[in-house]
Design a protein around this ligand. Structure first.
Ligand code: GCU
Length: 698
C-alpha cells in the first residue's frame, strides 16, 4: 500500500494509499509490518555497529539473533515456552542467550520490537551480550506524548510565523493543506515521521495526541481525519496509536454544519451532546480502528468547558466519556485549571475543583464520580512545569479516579532550545517523592497504590522538523529519558544518561564520564540560577525564557511578583497554616513537613514560606547570603560545563561539537542575566550587600 518515491528534496516522501481491502490495524497487517520494522532495525543497527552486512535468514546459523513471538516463529517456540511469556504482558519482552545465539521474544510483535531495541541498546552501550536472561515489562500501560504542534515548539527549522522553506512551520507533522508545502502534506508520509516513530518506539512510547491542547476543531473534520488515518497507518507498525485534543464546544463549530449544536445543547448528559461526540468518534474509528480517544483542556486558560453551561468537570468528562465508551475509547481530562474565583492561592485551585468529585458518594454506594474510561491528567507540580515544584497534591488523594501524570519534555521553562538541562533527575525526584499516605508518586501513577488497572504517563514533547528532532542535541536526552522512565519509573536518571551518552556521543570512558557528569548537575544548576530555594515562576511573560521578577501580568496569578512576595521582611509565598494553607491539601505528615520552615526541604522553601532575610540556613549562612550563593553556583556550573565541553573536542564530530559549544556559551550569558537581574532586584528589598565570598557578580 506504500510506494516509496525519491524526492529531490532533503526528505524522502512516501505516497500513502489507504489499503481499503484490509482494515488498517488488522492483526495480519500489524504483524507483518511490526516484525519487518524489527528486522530493519536489526539489519541497520547490527550492520552499522559491526560495520558489515548482516544476512537475514529463516533458519538460523550459530550466533543468530532470532526475533518474534511463539506464533510467528517455530524457532522462538523451541526456546521460549508459553509459561516463560506468561508474566511479561502485552508489551513486555524476553531476551535470552541460547545455544544458537540470542532469542528476542514477546507475546506480541510490539513486544518483540521493544526487545529488539533493547538488544541493540546493549550492543550500542557495550554491555555484555552473552548469558542474557532479561525479562522486561513496562510498569505503566499508556506511555504517551502530547504534541502541542507549533506552541512551545523549540525544535523546528522554520519557527511558527516565519513562513520558511516550503511554507512549513517547523512542526514535525504537516497538516496544512495549502501553501508551497502542499505536496508534502499528509496523507503524504515524510521520512522524518518514520524517524520520529522509531525514536519513540525505541523507548516504548505507545501513543501520541497529535495536536495542541488549546485545540482546533479542524482535527475532527473529515479532511483532517483522512490525514490522521495516514499518519496512524505510518506509526502503527511501531506500536504508536493516535489521539486528538478536542475543544469542548466543538459541536457548535460551524465547520461541522449542518451537524452543529446550539449552546443549549452542550449539556453533557443530553442525548444531542453525546450522540454528536459519538458520531465524531465513529468517524475517527472507521478511519483509525485503534484510535485512543480524546485529550481535553476545558475551563482552563479561556478554553470552553462544562462550567460555562452550569456543569462541573465531572459532568463534562463523563459526558464525553459516555459518548465514546461504546467504542472502547478513553478521555484524558486535564486538571490544569486556576479559576481565580476558587481561591486566592492559584496552587489550591485544581484540588478544590476536582477533589470532591473523586470523593463523592455514588448511588451504588461506591465513591468517585469520574467514569472508568476517564483519566485525570495532572501536571507533576501544582503550578506549571517549573524547574522544581513540590508534587501536585492530587497524587495519592484521588483514590477513586484514574490519574495520569503529565511531564513536560519540551523545555518551556527549562531553557528551551538554548540550555543544556537534563530533566530525568527532576522526573525521578517527582516519581520517587513519598506522598506520606499513598506510597510514592510512581506507585500512584503505576496503579499499585489504588489498584487501578489502566495507567498512563504523558510527556509534552514537541518534536520539530529539525534534523535532530528536538533542537538542542541534549534535548534528545530528555525524550529518551522520558520514554525510559515511562517504561520503568524506578530507573536511575544517571544510568539513563550513561546509556544515552554511549548511544549518542561515544563509548570512550572520558567523554562518557564527563558528559554524564555535566548532564547530572545541569538541572540543579538551572534551578539555582533561575529560581533557587523554591522561589517560583520568575519568568518574563513574552517568552517564558528570561527573568523579570518585577513584572505584573494582567492576571496577577501569572505575575512573578505574585509568587515572590518580595518585601523588607523576606521572600516567598506563605502556604503554611499561617498563610494560604495550601499545605493542608497534602497528606497530614507531608503537610506538617512542608508547613514548618525548619523541616521543609530548603530547595522547596519559598513555595511554602515567606523566608526572613536573616533566617539561618543549614549551611550556616543566613538566607540572603545563601540565596546569592545559589545563583552564583548555578552560573559557575554553566561556566564549568562550557569549559569542560571544550576538553571533549577530540572525541566529538566537528559539527555537533561546535553546535553544542555555541549553545553552552549562550547559556552562560543567559544564566548570568538570570542571576544579575534577580539578585539586583531582591537587593532592593533585602537592603543587604552582596556577600563578598560570592565573587564578583558581573
Ligand atoms: C502552559 C503553557 C501553555 C499551555 C498550558 C497548558 O501555561 O505556557 O502553552 O497551553 O501550559 O498546559 O494547558
Amino acid at each position: 500500500s506504500t510506494i516509496v518515491v525519491e524526492n529531490s528534496d532533503r526528505e524522502k516522501v512516501h505516497r500513502h494509499t489507504p489499503n481499503l481491502s484490509m482494515a488498517p490495524g488488522s492483526a495480519e497487517n500489524l504483524m507483518e509490518s511490526t516484525l519487518a520494522a524489527a528486522r530493519n532495525e536489526l539489519t541497520r543497527g547490527l550492520g552499522g555497529l559491526l560495520d558489515k552486512a548482516v544476512p537475514v535468514e529463516t533458519s538460523p546459523r550459530d550466533g543468530a539473533v532470532i526475533v518474534g513471538t511463539r506464533d510467528s516463529s517455530p524457532i522462538v517456540s523451541r526456546y521460549i515456552s508459553a509459561r516463560d511469556l506468561a508474566s511479561i504482558g502485552k508489551d513486555g519482552y524476553l531476551i535470552r542467550s541460547v545455544s544458537q545465539g540470542t532469542v528476542i521474544a514477546g507475546n506480541t510483535d510490539i513486544g518483540a520490537l521493544y526487545g529488539t531495541f533493547a538488544f541493540l541498546r546493549l550492543l550500542q552501550t557495550h554491555k555484555p551480550i552473552t548469558g542474557l536472561a532479561i525479562a522486561e515489562t513496562p510498569k505503566i500501560k499508556r506511555r504517551h506524548l502530547n504534541y502541542w504542534e507549533t506552541e512551545r515548539l523549540y525544535a523546528g527549522n522554520n519557527p511558527a510565523g516565519t513562513g520558511g522553506l516550503n511554507g512549513e512551520n517547523g512542526a514535525i507533522f504537516n497538516f496544512a493543506a495549502t501553501g508551497a508545502s502542499a505536496g508534502k502534506n499528509l496523507p503524504v508520509i515524510l521520512d522524518r515521521y518514520i524517524v520520529a516513530a522509531r525514536a519513540m518506539a525505541s523507548v516504548g512510547i505507545n501513543g501520541i495526541t497529535i495536536n495542541n491542547v488549546n485545540a482546533n476543531a479542524a482535527y475532527l473534520t473529515p479532511a483532517y481525519i483522512e490525514q490522521e488515518a495516514a499518519l496512524a497507518d505510518a506509526l502503527r507498525p511501531y506500536g504508536i496509536k493516535l489521539a486528538v485534543s478536542i475543544n469542548y464546544a466543538s459541536p457548535t463549530d460551524a465547520r461541522f454544519a449542518p451537524d452543529t449544536l446550539t449552546n443549549q445543547q452542550l449539556n453533557p448528559y443530553g442525548a444531542a451532546f453525546q450522540s454528536w461526540w459519538n458520531r465524531r468518534a465513529r468517524q475517527l474509528q472507521a478511519a483509525i480502528p485503534d484510535f485512543i480517544g480524546f485529550t481535553v483542556k476545558a475551563n482552563s486558560e479561556g478554553q470552553p468547558g462544562p462550567q460555562d453551561f452550569g456543569y462541573d468537570h465531572g459532568d463534562g468528562a463523563n459526558g464525553v466519556a459516555a459518548a465514546v465508551a461504546p467504542l472502547g475509547m478513553t478521555i484524558f481530562w486535564r486538571t490544569f485549571v486556576y479559576n481565580a474565583n476558587v481561591d486566592n492561592d492559584r496552587l489550591k485551585r485544581p484540588y478544590l475543583e476536582f477533589g470532591h468529585i473523586d470523593d463523592e458518594l455514588q448511588p451504588d454506594g461506591t465513591r468517585g464520580r469520574f467514569a472508568g474510561n476517564v483519566f485525570l491528567q495532572t501536571k507533576n507540580g501544582p503550578l506549571d512545569f517549573q524547574a522544581r515544584e513540590p508534587i501536585h497534591p492530587m497524587f495519592g488523594r484521588m483514590e477513586n479516579t484514574n490519574q495520569a501524570i503529565e511531564l513536560q519534555v519540551t523545555q518551556e521553562y527549562t531553557g528551551q532550545s538554548t540550555m543544556l538541562s537534563y530533566l530525568a533527575p527532576m522526573w525521578e525526584e517527582v516519581l520517587k517523592t513519598d506522598t506520606h499516605g499513598a506510597g510514592l508518586v510512581g506507585n500512584v501513577v503505576d496503579g499499585t497504590t489504588h489498584g487501578q488497572s489502566d495507567t498512563a504517563i504523558v510527556g509534552v514533547a514537541n518534536l520539530g522538523n529539525a534534523d535532530n528532532l528536538t533542537g538542542h542535541h541534549f534535548s534528545q536526552a530528555n525524550l529518551f529519558a522520558f520514554g525510559r522512565q515511562a517504561w520503568n519509573w524506578t530507573l536511575d536518571a544517571e544510568d539513563i544518561a550513561d546509556d544515552w551518552v554511549r548511544m549518542t556521543w561515544s563509548n570512550n570512558r572520558q567523554p562518557v564520564h564527563t558528559i554524564v557528569k555535566m548532564m547530572m548537575g545541569s538541572r540543579e544548576a538551572l534551578v539555582n540560577y533561575q529560581t533557587p530555594l523554591g522561589v517560583a515562576h520568575q519568568f518574563r511573560s513574552s517568552d517564558h525564557y528570561g527573568p523579570n521578577p518585577a513584572q505584573w501580568f494582567i492576571k496577577d496569578d501569572w505575575s512573578p511578583v505574585y509568587y515572590n512576595k518580595a518585601d523588607s521582611a523576606g521572600l516567598g509565598y506563605d502556604r503554611s497554616a499561617t498563610g494560604s494553607n495550601f499545605v493542608a491539601q497534602y497528606f497530614p505528615a507531608l503537610a506538617t513537613k512542608y508547613g514548618n520552615i525548619d523541616t521543609v526541604p530548603e530547595n522547596l522553601m519559598m513555595w511554602f514560606h515567606h523566608v526572613p532575610w536573616n533566617h539561618r540556613m543549614r549551611s550556616g549562612r543566613i538566607f540572603w547570603d545563601e540565596l546569592v550563593y545559589r545563583y552564583q553556583m548555578g552560573v559557575q556550573y554553566v561556566t564549568w560545563m562550557r569549559q569542560t565541553w571544550d576538553t571533549l573536542r577530540p572525541f566529538i564530530d566537528t559539527r555537533r561539537f561546535s553546535e553544542v559549544a555555541a549553545k553552552l556559551s549562550a547559556q552562560e550569558t543567559d544564566a548570568a542575566d538570570w542571576r544579575d537581574t534577580s539578585v539586583n532586584y531582591w537587593k532592593e528589598f533585602s537592603g543587604r550587600q552582596i556577600p563578598v565570598d560570592n565573587g564578583p557578580l558581573s
